[in-house]
Each structure stands twice: as C-alpha cells, then as structure tokens.
Design a protein around this ligand. Structure first.
Ligand code: ADP
Ligand code: GN1
Ligand code: MG
Length: 374
C-alpha cells in the first residue's frame, strides 16, 4: 500500500516520462483538502526560467471502480465546457478544469496499480474551506448554477455512473443500518445519540429519490459534489473562476447540487469542528448563495423542483452526516481521516446543521421566494 501523501520514485519517473508537461521538473508536494483523491502540486521551471505548475492526482481506486470510464466522463464534460467557454469568449484553460494528456494521448496513466491524472493548475485562485466573504458564496452560487445551465444540453446518456446510487438517500440509510448491525469496531455504544438522530429522520430519505425514479422531477446532468472547496475563486476579483472535482458528474437532481452547496457553505464553522456551539446555519449565507444560483438557473428550474428547494439542504446535510457516521461505524474506509474520531466529529457537525436548518425552514422558503422574485 502507498502512503497517501507520497508517490514512489519509480512512479514519479513514469509520470514525468508519460505526461506532456512543459519545463524541467522541480518538485511536488501534497495539495488541497479533498477527502477522496490524493492531490499534489507539481512545479516545473520553464525555458525562460518562469514557474509552471500542474495539479497531479492519484485517483482513489478503492472508491472509483472503473477509472477508464470515469476518465471518459471527464474528457467529454471538460471538452463540452471548454467549447462553450470559447464560444462565449472565455479562457477555457482558466474557467474549465483542463486535463494534461499523456504523450500517447491518454487522459490518465496507470502504473503499478495506481492511476494518475494531471491538470493545468488554476493559478491566482483559492478553493475555500469555509466562506470568508458572503460575496464569494454568491459567486459559488453563480458558478454552480451556470454549470447546471451549461450542461443542460449535454446528453446524460453518454455518462458512466461513476458511483452508482450516489445520492440515493434511502439506500444510504440502508447502508447505515448494515454498518450499525455489523458494528465491526464496537463503536455503536459510543454514538447512541447520533444513531437515534439518524433513525428519527428515516422518513425524509425518500423525498427526492422517489420523485426522480418516478420521473416527477427531471434527471439532469449534475455535479453531485458541490461543496465550497470544489469551486475556485479568483484572488483579485473575488469572482468564481472554475468548478472543479468532476468525478461525480452524473445524471442526478439539481436539488442535490443546490442542497450540498448549502450544507458546506452555510456552516459558520469547519466541517470537522469539535465545538458544536460554533456550528450554526447562517441564513445570510443561504440568501447569498440562493441569489447567485437562482439567477443562473431560474429559466431551468421546474415548479416541482422549486417546491423542494428549501428542503434539499436538510436532505443533503442529513445524507452527508449519515455517510460520515456510517464510515465511522465501518472503520473509516471511505473518507480520508486525520485521527480516529474524525468521521464522528464530521457527522456531529452535519447533524447540528440539520437541526438548525429544520428550525429555519420557513425563513429559508421566504428567502427562496424573494430570490425568484428578483
Ligand atoms: P477530491 O476529490 O479529493 O476532493 P479535488 O479534485 O477536489 O479532489 O482536489 C482537491 C483540491 O485540490 C481542491 O479542493 C483544490 O484545492 C485543489 N485543486 C484541484 N484541482 C485544481 C486545479 N486544477 N487547480 C488548482 N487547484 C486545484
Ligand atoms: C467528498 O471529494 P470531496 O472532498 O470534494 C465526497 C462528497 C462529500 C464530501 C463531504 C466522491 O467530497 O460526496 O459530500 O466529501 N465525495 C465523494 O465533505 O464521495
Ligand atoms: Mg473535492
């Protein structure tokens, strides 16, 4: 097994030989705070002495079972978005995640059982872990809303389902029950309150998936992982530059994307904050994101989706908390952790947010109404 923040010298050699990088290699270091892949910043020195940077990722082969098909999704979606950007007079190398291909024309490299891909580094931009300025979150709303609108014309049937049933909250609930039943690490006794909390919300798990399966709300091409740190914000202008982390772009509901952004961005503390008194749901941030997202998607959203927009954040936050709790019970096989109770701390923040959102349901609906009225 590899250590997650290291790449063997042999693989580094293969990577440098294989990908079409410019300049001479200077070094590489772990980068970012993603929970799934191993991400590194690579530095090169250009012929003129200038710095050239790339992002290198070791794709999580434990989670993504068919990496060639996943990368085909990446190629299709990024090419589609780059064309749209060009047509609109944009700069696709900056506003779309841009793959670096290998010298033999592949979008990834397999070596010694590990899979790597490389991207143009989006420079002079930050992916925030928590919202520092409400304007940034408004911009995140614009970026994810525009992403939905741009992909409205994309043929969803071309996409491979990288993680089946990803936002099927009812199936996630069944997985939670299985992990609880197995209780492989005898952790259930220490998380009785969280187990109760989960069971008491069983009734909401079908809210979106049943409508999607019955074709009562549209299946769209969605991002499915719209957390705040999956959008890059320009250092100078504060505007959103690009939506990144396209592993889970799959057919889904727009409600998932809206809900997951709210889950991650409206928290007044970090996702793994231990002091729950710091974790609250921020309605002003909810208003900022909603304004941006609805501005871009107003023409797209159908009445049946609109009705569920206020409930989507609760569902997605509950689902995410339940996934963290399930992984904790299961022995932490899915999300990267830094210490043994990390997933439990994450689950607790999510459940605190769920409780807070439930109390604010009416206000959330009012805010959405005014965003639609603008
Ligand atoms: P994960 O699936 O593990 O979340 P991501 O693709 O989101 O992986 O990448 C992890 C982090 O790396 C991002 O949150 C961002 O900070 C950084 N990152 C990823 N791609 C780029 C890029 N092309 N340019 C600059 N930073 C990037
Ligand atoms: C993971 O990959 P990352 O860190 O952007 C996860 C999301 C969760 C999120 C919780 C493929 O997102 O579904 O909502 O952690 N991604 C995957 O922070 O499972
Ligand atoms: Mg990410």
């Amino acid at each position: 097994m590899f250590e997650r923040d290291k790449i063997t010298d042999e693989n580094i050699k293969r990577i440098l030989e294989s990908f079409n990088f410019e300049g001479s290699f200077v070094g590489l270091a772990p980068h970012g705070c993603g929970h799934i892949n191993d991400t590194f910043l690579m530095s090169f020195s250009g012929a003129d002495g200038g710095d050239i940077k790339y992002i290198l990722q070791r794709i999580n082969g434990g989670i993504f079972k068919n990496i060639p098909a996943l990368m085909r999704n990446f190629e299709l979606v990024t090419a589609y978005l780059a064309e749209k950007s060009l047509k609109a007079g944009g700069n696709p190398m900056r506003d779309v995640l841009t793959l670096i291909f290998t010298r033999s024309g592949q979008s990834y490299l397999e070596t010694n059982g590990e899979y790597f891909r490389a991207f143009v580094f989006i420079d002079r931009a930050i992916s925030y872990q928590t919202v520092e300025k409400p304007e940034h979150f408004f911009e995140a709303g614009i970026a994810f809303g525009r992403f939905a609108a741009l992909l409205d014309g994309f043929d969803a049937s071309l996409l491979f389902e990288a993680i089946p049933n990803f936002h099927d909250t009812a199936k996630r609930y069944d997985n939670f029950l299985k992990a609880l039943e197995a209780d492989k690490h005898s952790r259930a006794k220490d998380v009785k309150a969280e187990i109760e909390f989960t069971k008491s919300r069983r009734g909401i798990t079908n809210a979106v998936i049943s409508l999607l399966n019955d074709n009562k709300i549209p299946k769209r091409v969605t991002h499915n992982d719209t957390k705040l740190n999956n959008v890059m914000i320009d250092d100078v202008t504060g505007k959103a530059v690009a939506v990144i982390d396209l592993d889970t772009v799959m057919p889904g509901s727009l409600l998932y994307d809206f809900g997951d952004s709210i889950r991650s961005g409206c928290n007044t503390a970090a996702e793994d904050e231990k002091d729950l008194s710091k974790v609250t749901f921020d309605l002003k941030l909810f208003a900022a994101y909603s304004k941006g997202y609805i501005k871009e998607t107003k023409k797209l959203i159908r009445a049946e989706e609109k009705k569920l927009l206020a409930a989507a954040p609760v569902l997605m936050t509950f689902e995410c908390g339940m996934r963290f709790l399930t992984d904790y019970l299961d022995g932490d096989n899915y999300f990267k952790i830094k210490y043994p109770s990390h997933n439990l701390d994450r689950a607790r923040t999510q459940y605190k947010l769920v409780a807070d959102m439930e109390k604010n349901a009416d206000k959330m609906a009012e805010i959405l109404d005014s965003a639609f009225a603008e």
